[in-house]
Structures are given as structure tokens and as C-alpha cells.
Design a protein around this ligand. Structure first.
Ligand SMILES: Nc1ncnc2c1ncn2[C@@H]1O[C@H](COP(=O)(O)OP(=O)(O)OP(=O)(O)O)[C@@H](O)[C@H]1O
Ligand SMILES: [Mg+2]
Length: 439
């Protein structure tokens, strides 16, 4: 409960947390030492020193005796003042009675005052002016006497020196530790960056570094990355190999069919063409989404040019809302293919399509909407699977798709570290397909 509440105030990054963990104990320790030091030692020392001054004051009083004559009084004190480094004078008779004067930061001054007030007979007031003097006012038979005592005789000299030294070295040590700590954290940060980049389809160079555990995690990541890459490669090789190898016999078949009587060959030729289209789709799919390195692309321009291409083919495709501006690191070729696929679905299953682009600080969204029947929520997962075609009755005469279109789009979105999201278009009523990618 308590920690849950605390969590929202804690920094998120590893560096900041490490810094906090380093600094907290140092600050706590310094506070503790400062408080204990002031409370105990400073007070004790001050009390002891005040006792000494107290004794000296009683000695002076004894020497002065009970005379009410001010000059005589001062004369009697005279021989003792210099050795005790004190000064003495009387407060003018008509002057107001002196009051305590203590700055808010006079911690030790307060101790002195309390001690004197309790133990000094005839105590009137103390003053701690900014100068190095401390003034003590006493009732004597001759009037109120002002004794000036050197401040250093009462309280420890420059007690804050210890605290200043401690804070300074504490700070210095923390900085040094943080520099070392940072070197320890750097490999973790690097691993996180490389893993994130790989998730977004980019391969950054990386070699395990740092403490043993980080190295182990790093090597595990490299193994994993290698295995995933090998798998992608194998898939690509296999699919493209199969499709490529099948093309030659298909072409031969086509040629042979051309020799046969046309009426008889017609349906067979159609089958062969369909097989060829299928193979093309396979090849397309197997080429994969992650070819080439991403480069800064203006998604609005990309969308506009794709839409333009469709319009030239007299399809009802329009450019909807464009918000935000800027470039996003994309593989233009694959992103174009993804948009093409979505639009081709939209105009195949609907009649109108609308493409909109939303760019924010953190993400990019390419949206394709249509006025077709849409895909029921329960079937959206299936629709994205390779070779999945929904409800054949529904799109019987819409030409034969292979069922790879959405799978390719999802693949491309994932290779960019994003996702494909299907929904229902609010305005057009058909499918709404969003490609969402973090920037
Ligand atoms: N805009 C859409 N409106 C309604 N249904 C759709 C829409 N897009 C896709 N679907 C459904 O999802 C299924 C899968 O789509 P996908 O694009 O993956 O394959 P396809 O269009 O059948 O074939 P391909 O795109 O490979 O030629 C389609 O068969 C169709 O039933
Ligand atoms: Mg399709």
C-alpha cells in the first residue's frame, strides 16, 4: 500500500534509481550525524564553556563587592578584565532595561542563555550581536552592568566546519560512486537498447559486456536473436525456393496447354494462372517484412502517393484526415506494400476506402477504412493468420485471394515494432484497419 503510493514518485530510469539509492543513505547519515552532533557534543561543550564564564563572573562580582558607586565598581574590576579578555561598562540609568537578543540560528546561544538564566544570580539578559562579542547584562548594586565576553570563550569555534567538510566529502564520494555505478549500468542499458531495436526489426551490433549476470543475459539474447534470424531466413528460403522451383514446371504446363484445343484448355489454363498468382503471393510473403534498414519517411506523403496510385486506377479511394507532421523511421517499400494490401482489401470487400494518418509525439497511425461488411470481432484474429479467408460464401465472386494480405500487413507492422489493429469504422461502417507504430 505504502510502497504503491511511493512508487509514483520514484524515478523510472535505472540511472536515476541508482543515483537515489546512492544518495539516500549518504544524506540520511549526514542528517543523523549533524543532529546528534549539534544536540550532544555542541551542547555539552557549550555548557562546559559557559560554566567557566559563570565562575569568572562570580569572581568579578566578588571583587567588586557591594558598592553602589559605578566608578569604584569599575575600578575594582579593572585588574581582572584584561586577563579574562572581558570588557565592562554600566548601562545608562535612563536606558530601557536590556532584552534578550538571539538570532533564529543561535542554537548554541540559546543553550548559553538558558544556563546563565538558571545559574547566574541577577541575570538580566544576553545579546548575541553579529560581531564576535557576546554581551551579558547583570544586576549589581550600582545598576545594570554590561559585560562583553569574547564569543569564542563561550561556544565551540566554527562548529559547522565539521558539517561542511562532511557534506562536501559526502557529495564528492557520491559523485565518484555514481561514475563507477554508471559504468556498471551502461551494459544493461545497452542490452535494453539492442533488444528494443531488434523488436522493431533492427539489428544493432552488440557484444556482451559488464558484470557476469549482464553478460549471461547478453549472450542469451544473442543466442535468441541468432535463432530467430535463422528461422526467418529458413522460412524465406523454403518458401521462395518452393515457389521459384514450381514456376518452371508451371510455365512448361502453360506452354503445353497452349498447344491443346482452346475450349478444352480454358479451365486448365485458369487453374494454372491461379496457381501462378498463388505462387506470386507466396514469394511476396516469403520476401519478408524486414528487408533493408528503416529510414526517415514522411508517412503523409507516402499515404498520399499510394492513394494517388489507386485513384489513377479509377478506384474510390480518398485521403482522409492528416494530423501531426514529421518523419518516422520506416522501410518505405514494405510500408507501401502494407498500405496497398489494406486498400486492396477495402476496395475488394467494400466500394469506398479512406486513408488517414495520425502522427503524435510518440506514435504513428495509418488507418484504412471502408464501407464493406467489415469483420466481426470474433473473426479478426483468424483474418490475420496466413492463408486465412473468412466466410467463403460472403466473398465468393470477389475474385480469389490467397489469404495472405492481412498476414503480410501484420508482419510488416511487427517488423517496425508496431501492430495491426482491426476494428469497425465509425463513419464508413466497414472494416477499420490501423497500423500503429511507436516513434
Ligand atoms: N476490408 C475488409 N472487409 C471485410 N472483410 C475483409 C476485409 N479485409 C479482409 N477481410 C476478410 O479477411 C480475410 C483475409 O484477408 P486477407 O487480405 O488476409 O486475404 P485475402 O484478401 O482473402 O487475400 P489476399 O489479400 O492475399 O489476396 C479475407 O478473406 C476477408 O474475408
Ligand atoms: Mg487481401
Amino acid at each position: 500500500m505504502f510502497f504503491q503510493w511511493l512508487k509514483q514518485y520514484l524515478p523510472r530510469s535505472l540511472y536515476a534509481r541508482a543515483a537515489l539509492i546512492l544518495i539516500m543513505p549518504v544524506v540520511a547519515l549526514q542528517l543523523l550525524v549533524t543532529i546528534v552532533f549539534i544536540k550532544r557534543d555542541l551542547e555539552d561543550v557549550t555548557t562546559q564553556m559557559t560554566t567557566t564564564v559563570l565562575r569568572e563572573v562570580s569572581l568579578l562580582r566578588q571583587q567588586a563587592g557591594e558598592t553602589a558607586d559605578r566608578d569604584l565598581y569599575l575600578h575594582r574590576l579593572e585588574p581582572f578584565l584584561a586577563p579574562l579578555t572581558m570588557t565592562a561598562r554600566f548601562v545608562a540609568q535612563d536606558a530601557p532595561r536590556p532584552q534578550d537578543e538571539l538570532g533564529w540560528d543561535e542554537f548554541s546561544g540559546r543553550v548559553v542563555r538558558d544556563k546563565l538564566r538558571h545559574e547566574l544570580e541577577g541575570f538580566v539578559a544576553v545579546k548575541f550581536p553579529v560581531t564576535r562579542e557576546f554581551l551579558l547584562y547583570l544586576d549589581t548594586p550600582a545598576g545594570i552592568l554590561e559585560l562583553g565576553v569574547d564569543r569564542r570563550r563561550l561556544t565551540a569555534a566554527a562548529p559547522h566546519q565539521l558539517i561542511v567538510t562532511m557534506v562536501f566529502f559526502g557529495f564528492l564520494m557520491t559523485v565518484i560512486s555514481f561514475v563507477y555505478m554508471r559504468n556498471q549500468l551502461r551494459p544493461i542499458k545497452k542490452l535494453a537498447d539492442v533488444a528494443q531495436a531488434f523488436g522493431r526489426g533492427r539489428n544493432l551490433p552488440y557484444s556482451p559486456r559488464g558484470a557476469t549476470e549482464v553478460r549471461v543475459a547478453g549472450s542469451a539474447f544473442l543466442d535468441m536473436r541468432g535463432r530467430i534470424e535463422r528461422q526467418i531466413e529458413q522460412r524465406t528460403l523454403m518458401l521462395s525456393g518452393v515457389s521459384h522451383d514450381l514456376r518452371t514446371p508451371l510455365t512448361r504446363l502453360k506452354l503445353s496447354l497452349a498447344m491443346i484445343d482452346e475450349d478444352e484448355a480454358e479451365p486448365m489454363l485458369r487453374d494454372v494462372s491461379e496457381m501462378q498468382a498463388l505462387l506470386d503471393a507466396f514469394l511476396d510473403f516469403s520476401r519478408g517484412a524486414s528487408t533493408g534498414e528503416p529510414e526517415p519517411v514522411d508517412p503523409q506523403k507516402l499515404a498520399a502517393s499510394v492513394v494517388e496510385d489507386w485513384r489513377r486506377q479509377n478506384k474510390d479511394v480518398m485521403l482522409g484526415e492528416l494530423s501531426g507532421a514529421g518523419t518516422v523511421p520506416l522501410r518505405a517499400q514494405s510500408m507501401r506494400r502494407a498500405l496497398e494490401n489494406l486498400i486492396s482489401n477495402a476496395v475488394r470487400y467494400g466500394t469506398r476506402a479512406r486513408v488517414s494518418v495520425t502522427l503524435t509525439e510518440k506514435s504513428m497511425r495509418l488507418r484504412v477504412e471502408d464501407d464493406g461488411p467489415g469483420i466481426p470481432a470474433a473473426q479478426r484474429g483468424d483474418a490475420v493468420r496466413p492463408f486465412a479467408r473468412l466466410d467463403p460464401a460472403r466473398n465468393q465472386d470477389l475474385g480469389s485471394g490467397v489469404g495472405l494480405g492481412l498476414a503480410i500487413v501484420a508482419d510488416i507492422a511487427r517488423a517496425h515494432g508496431g501492430m495491426l489493429r482491426l476494428g469497425k469504422s465509425k463513419e464508413l461502417g466497414g472494416l477499420q484497419a490501423d497500423i500503429v507504430i511507436g516513434r
